[in-house]
Design a protein around this ligand. Structure first.
Ligand code: PLP
Length: 285
């Protein structure tokens, strides 16, 4: 695979950064993950907008204009072979003698790589996945797409160790999001997801689902979701750029709905796949 590092395209295995990089020492940086279908970026402008917001929130100057990001990322995609790709990019505060305070005049480290984007397995679409609930032990700035993901890593691993695929996080008995996904529930035909704020990442997929729901007359609400509503839900979904919309059919060992992906999931998945087809054809972003 070909990667991009500080102005250069090079084989991923040859991309090297200093051990003094603040991304390595402090997790001092932000990132994005953007899917690419048939060479076309999915919601690129929104990802770049969220990147700009993350950079501003951590007081890093945006190293590129929107146009420069587009050109670099497009070239990265062209230099990689797969039809569908997932592009990862990150900006860190650069390499400097270790000191918590910001260094003076340090160049940020800009890195991007692409990997093949595999379609979701048929089994997952038929059976759904299981999830566990956990206390949201993360910091209070979850709207920032920070590369410091230790809590998310530990929480996801707890889910895996429990034989589940995702940890659904609760802050003071209210749902926030998954370890690497946003969460929706369906109750009595209404699609519900927690409101944006500092307790969760403002997911690009989340926003698209709300857009598609509105366009198609599916009732939806952005409101606080209580822990107890999870087991009462008719459906639970996880959403993210690379995993699209995943139905959760078991939570903490309890069956959700009839234990199979729900009807509204099937409908939304069709709308989502149709949107992806348009992106693939270059008809929208
Ligand atoms: N929440 C967290 C913590 C994430 O890491 C992610 C992405 O992986 C999401 C939500 C979903 O965001 P998006 O739909 O923009 O990929």
């Amino acid at each position: 695979a070909t990667a991009y590092l500080n102005g250069e395209f090079l084989p991923l295995g040859q991309a090297k950064v200093s051990v003094l990089d603040r991304g390595f020492l402090f997790g001092d940086g932000v990132y994005e993950v953007i899917p690419v279908y048939g060479g076309h970026f999915f919601r690129l402008a929104l990802h770049l907008q969220r990147l700009a917001q993350s950079l501003e929130a951590v007081r890093l100057e945006n190293p590129f204009s929107e146009n420069q990001w587009q050109n670099m990322l497009q070239e990265l995609v062209e230099r990689n072979e797969s039809v569908d790709q997932t592009v990862y990019l990150q900006v860190t505060r650069g390499a400097a003698i270790r000191n918590h305070a910001f260094p003076d005049r340090v160049e940020p480290t800009v890195f991007a790589m692409s990997s093949p984007l595999e379609p979701l397995s048929a089994e997952l679409r038929i059976k759904g996945v299981s999830a566990v609930t956990r206390e949201d032990i993360r910091w209070k700035c979850c709207h920032i797409k920070s590369i410091a993901l230790l809590a998310n890593v530990l929480l996801r691993q707890e889910a895996i160790d429990a034989g589940a695929q995702e940890a659904i996080l609760l802050h003071e008995e209210q749902l926030t999001e998954g370890a690497a996904s946003n969460v929706f529930i369906v109750r009595e035909g209404v699609l519900v997801t927690p409101p944006k704020g500092s307790f969760l990442l403002s997911g690009i997929t989340r926003d698209l689902i709300l857009e598609l729901a509105k366009e198609n007359g599916i009732p939806c609400q952005e409101r606080a979701i209580l822990a107890q509503e999870l087991t009462q839900a008719d459906e639970i979904w996880l959403t993210s750029s690379t995993r699209e919309i995943i139905p959760v059919t078991r939570i903490d060992g309890i069956r959700i709905g009839n234990g199979a992906p729900g009807l509204l999931w099937q409908r939304m998945d069709k709308l989502y796949q149709a949107y992806k087809m348009k992106v693939r054809a270059g008809l929208c972003e």
